[in-house]
Design a protein around this ligand. Sequence first.
Ligand code: ADP
Ligand code: ASP
Ligand code: MG
Length: 408
Amino acid sequence: MARIVQKFGGTSVGTIDRIHTVAGRVRAEIDRGNEVAVVVSAMSGETNRLVELCTRASPVYDAREYDTIVAAGEQVSAGLLAIVLQSMGIQARSWLGWQVPVRTEDHHGKARIREIDTRELLTRMAQREVPVIAGFQGVTDRARISTLGRGGSDTSAVAMAAALQAERCDIYTDVDGVYTTDPRIVRKARKLDRITYEEMLEMASLGAKVLQTRSVEMAMKHGVRVQVLSSFEDRPGTLVVGEDEIVEQEVVSGIAYSRDEAKITLVKVPDQPGVAARVFGPLADRGINVDMIVQNIAADHPGATDLTFTVGRSDLDRAVQVIGSLKDQLNYQHLVPDGSVVKVSVIGVGMRSQFGVAQKMFSTLAENGINIQVISTSEIKISVLIAERYTELALRALHTAYGLDASG
Ligand code: ADP
Ligand code: ASP
Ligand code: MG
């Protein structure tokens, strides 16, 4: 007998029919003699609807109330799946974050899980009851409902698998695994049988929303075996594994993109010590993350430099406000915001020992007439910022250039 956590995403529980389908997957595991705990997302579209209600109520809102509202979607799907399982003769019970409890920090809207008390769940599972746990939510020490950030039920599932010492955490979604790039954009994307934690972490943090970044971090830290697979088709999915379990390392194993990017250029900032600190300090103080940075000497203006950097798209207005309010202090000529950029990244652990990987990216983009605005690199990834209208062209061209296209 093995203990398994099954997580079903929004599309997988999007209708009552689909809830019946996923209940069949729960039953199949039980029939194999396994002990199962289930984690569910809200029905697809529901969390967006709740977020919108929240912002319509007031554009500036209390994050604690935001969490109360947006956590509601998972309550409904957990209850529905429990009812459907019961109708099939399976003992099942829904659990909200506070009932387990899943204890989190009180950073509302993006809380981290601190610990999960599994005692009651384990007792019930030993009595062959299936817990259906609402993902995405927890409870703070002040007894408030918290949520884990968008896509957070992946993290709920992996954390649950770690806490329950489960043999596997199966993430059921609307694609049948992790692909070399988003299969909804590149038709020739290829499914990966295995991917390393490290690569998956980069893919997720650089935009591949198939797994929430924190869920991969947590899986890596606790050695949870994660499998991504389809809730609609019976096919093997993708296993996320340690580097030692991969025999042949690809130079580039995947390409990710993120539209959640915006660029700000400060034109003609004095080229003096301390400028970067004066620009980035106030942004950090307001919780605005700066990602890519490039500084260029303004050729026609000695002693001045153009400073370009990126922030999350939803932070653009606030960042412009902050920098705008410091115009006199910073003494720049003008500021150019651009919300229509995308970050495209190629990722692969094999890159460490290969030359020419970046060059191939730059020349491929050049051949397609795509201008690179900012570049950043690490040991296992290269990211470039380009105009958003080239997203699909860039992804397809790079996918072909790195030999990732599926045959046939
Ligand atoms: P769920 O609701 O099940 O959590 P998500 O929508 O959060 O599902 O994640 C699945 C989606 O991730 C897919 O529909 C796909 O468009 C997208 N995706 C992006 N990059 C990849 C990738 N490299 N491999 C697979 N899916 C990807
Ligand atoms: N329902 C939440 C969201 O849409 C959590 C999740 O689906 O993982 O972000
Ligand atoms: Mg998701």
